[in-house]
Design a protein around this ligand. Structure first.
Ligand SMILES: C[S@@+](CC[C@H](N)C(=O)[O-])C[C@H]1O[C@@H](n2cnc3c(N)ncnc32)[C@H](O)[C@@H]1O
Length: 116
């Protein structure tokens, strides 16, 4: 008896959770349908995909910015000063420092950019 009540309660709870989740998903997706910023990002992505399809089919695909930076540094380390403007927490400046022989100088205002 107790087991069948537990089972029935579990089923009812699962149904309620499913109802709430599907309601949240439905509301989120309908909000996104009217989000201009999201639509502009989709259009930009679509344009980029078309450009890549037309002009860059044989280009190397690098998974992220650190791989891009490493790829570039493996191919050229020009002589002269190495400077990074906008080091933030130092991810890229440290990556560059580990790939070059000489020093690298990093700068940062640590101030937000204006809103103009
Ligand atoms: C996106 S973060 C840099 C991330 C970093 N290069 C990395 O990936 O490791 C941009 C940084 O630029 C800095 N910044 C913005 N305008 C600046 C300026 N005029 N002079 C110096 N730093 C600036 C900001 O404070 C911020 O820390």
């Amino acid at each position: 008896m107790l087991t069948s009540i537990k089972r029935a309660l579990k089923r009812r709870l699962a149904a309620l959770v499913a109802e709430v989740v599907s309601d949240v998903v439905r509301r989120e997706s309908s909000n996104q349908l009217f989000d201009i910023s999201i639509e502009r990002q989709r259009i930009a992505l679509n344009n980029t995909a078309r450009y890549v399809g037309r002009h860059m089919l044989h280009a190397d695909v690098l998974q992220d910015r650190p791989h891009l930076l490493t790829f570039a540094l493996e191919r050229t380390t020009p002589p002269g000063l190495y400077l990074e403007f906008g080091v933030a927490s130092g991810t890229t400046v440290n990556l560059i420092a580990s790939a070059i022989a000489g020093p690298i100088y990093g700068f940062d205002s640590f101030a937000k950019l204006g809103d103009d």
